[in-house]
Design a protein around this ligand. Structure first.
Ligand code: ATP
Ligand code: MG
Length: 493
């Protein structure tokens, strides 16, 4: 066996004259100053400019410059607040916040157990970017090798206390190794979201329904899906329904979309917007079953016609998108005493949910109680929206397994925030908190007056279609007293 002996090394001593050392130090300090000045250019550039003015003009120079800049900013703020925020205020704020997060970063990571000790070195996640938005900051963080977003999600409450924010949400970046931390400073969804503008031709791939927590508009992709909304009583299911109807209103007016309303509460929910509905049923469950059967027939005929031609139906005025809006789905599928009728409704609904999406027959259904026995159709609704729910166990029933663990705390939404809920966006496993726009009864009536088929779109009057002779003037006053009607604007699909 070979005996290993330590090798003795002595650093050679080089004698350098003092003047050379002095030059070296000066160069080093100068380089450091330039690096710092460039790195913090947004501070150094104005300071240098002010110093230049003072050099040339004395005190009046920088004072006049500061007054002019302040005046310009105030004018910008008052004329166009959005662009001022986007290009000036939020950018400055982002830089400041980056500095403050970095200051506390090491201790925060250390106490959260996210510092990795490897090979005698300490590795900690790195803040790559900080973007300040209204009421929140989004941090892009590079994780240490071996860490996953779930590690950050587990300590999000700890982060909230460490950084003094009301909540922290964790979302993986599309690139592996990166994670977004959203630091919520004040609830951006605390205020009521007013009615959104109506597009004369709806984009069925992006219907605007409300506002997301990150400040962006929440857009629902209707093509290829069926939509379920679940929420306890008073959770704001009505605002989801009406935001949705409003997003389609331009298409309703032009005849590209036809709404069929099902309101088992006797017309309480959908009544104010009655003129928008081509077909409407609110009292008679047999009439509702008939309407569902009609929708299944339309879906089947279309499927037969489109087979081999296209995989997605394109709505036109001749072959419009049919959207069934159902308030309180359980009244149809569970609470109904007549078993035979209930089975008929269930069968039709099952067919519709599976066959309708590709052929332009869609369902938006609201539900109060999401228990399994109440809703056997959950998996047939690819898009699900969870508003405030009574129990934590209901969250996964509505949004899918594991969604509560990923942050969809529907059971913790306060009663004082109706219309707030969680949605799962396409291609993103993390639920997003949103608030739907709120339409008061008057807004609904105004919308119904403006966009009822044959109303006004973008200032252009579309002549009303000739009303069909016959009854039907309000909810429940349908043909033969069956609580169902085709609407008086002659729009039976
Ligand atoms: N998006 C919203 N923004 C602000 N307030 C809202 C919103 N949605 C609903 N509200 C308020 O909450 C109340 C209850 O809402 P809504 O009637 O839509 O609840 P719901 O879920 O339909 O309840 P229920 O199951 O009893 O019908 C409304 O009268 C309204 O005042
Ligand atoms: Mg309701």
């Amino acid at each position: 066996m070979m005996l290993q002996r330590p090798v003795m090394v002595r650093t050679p001593v080089v004698r350098v004259p003092l003047w050379l050392m002095a030059i070296w130090w000066c160069l080093k300090t100068l380089t450091l100053a330039v690096v710092v000045a460039v790195r913090w250019w947004w501070i150094s550039a104005p300071v240098l400019a002010l110093a230049g003015l003072w050099w040339r003009l004395g005190w009046p120079g920088p004072v006049a410059a500061l007054v002019a800049v302040a005046g310009g900013l105030v004018a910008w703020y008052s004329i166009d607040r959005a662009s001022f925020d986007k290009w000036c205020w939020l950018r400055l704020l982002s830089r400041w916040r980056r500095f403050t997060y970095r200051r506390r970063w090491w201790s925060a990571m250390s106490t959260a157990g996210l510092v990795v000790r490897f090979n005698g070195r300490e590795l900690l996640p790195e803040v790559k970017k900080v973007a300040a938005r209204r009421g929140l900051d989004v941090l892009l963080v590079r994780m240490v090798t071996g860490q996953i977003p779930e590690d950050f999600a587990k300590v999000s409450e700890r982060f909230a206390h460490t950084f003094g924010v009301v909540g922290v949400r964790v979302r993986p970046h599309r690139k592996p190794g990166l994670v977004y931390l959203t630091m919520v400073r004040r609830d951006p969804l605390a205020g009521v979201v007013p009615v959104l503008p109506v597009a004369s031709t709806p984009d069925f791939r992006a219907l605007p329904l409300g506002v997301r927590e990150d400040g962006q508009t929440y857009e629902l992709r209707l093509f290829g899906t069926q939509v379920l909304v679940a929420g306890a009583t008073g959770a704001g299911k009505g605002s989801v329904i009406w935001s949705f109807v409003r997003s389609l209103a331009g298409g309703v007016a032009s005849g590209q979309v036809r709404l069929w309303g099902f309101d088992p509460k006797g017309g309480m929910e959908l009544g104010p917007g009655l003129p928008l509905f081509a077909k409407f049923a609110c009292e008679d469950y047999a009439a509702m079953a008939d309407l569902l059967d009609q929708a299944v027939t339309v879906a089947r005929e279309r499927a037969a016609r489109l087979r081999g031609h296209t995989r997605q139906h394109t709505p036109t005025t001749d072959e419009p998108l049919i959207v069934l809006v159902v308030d309180e789905l359980a009244a149809l599928t569970a609470y109904l005493a007549d078993r035979k009728l209930k089975e008929r409704i269930r069968a039709a609904l099952g067919l519709l949910l599976t066959q309708g999406r590709a052929v332009g027959v869609h369902v938006l259904a609201a539900l109060q109680d999401p228990r399994k026995e109440v809703l056997p159709f959950r998996d047939l609704f690819p898009t699900r929206i969870g508003l405030r729910l009574a129990e934590s166990s209901q969250v996964d029933l509505v949004l899918g397994d594991g969604m509560r663990d990923r942050g969809a705390v529907c059971d913790q939404i306060p009663q004082a925030l109706p219309g707030v809920g969680f949605v799962v966006l396409d291609g993103d496993p993390t639920p997003v908190r949103v608030r739907f726009s709120f339409l008061a009864d008057d807004d609904i009536r105004d919308m119904a007056g403006t966009y009822r088929p044959g109303g006004v779109i973008d200032g252009h009057t579309v002549p009303p279609r000739k009303p069909r002779p016959g009854p039907a003037s309000g909810p429940g006053s349908g043909a033969g007293g069956r609580g169902s009607r085709e609407n008086g604007w002659g729009l039976a699909a």
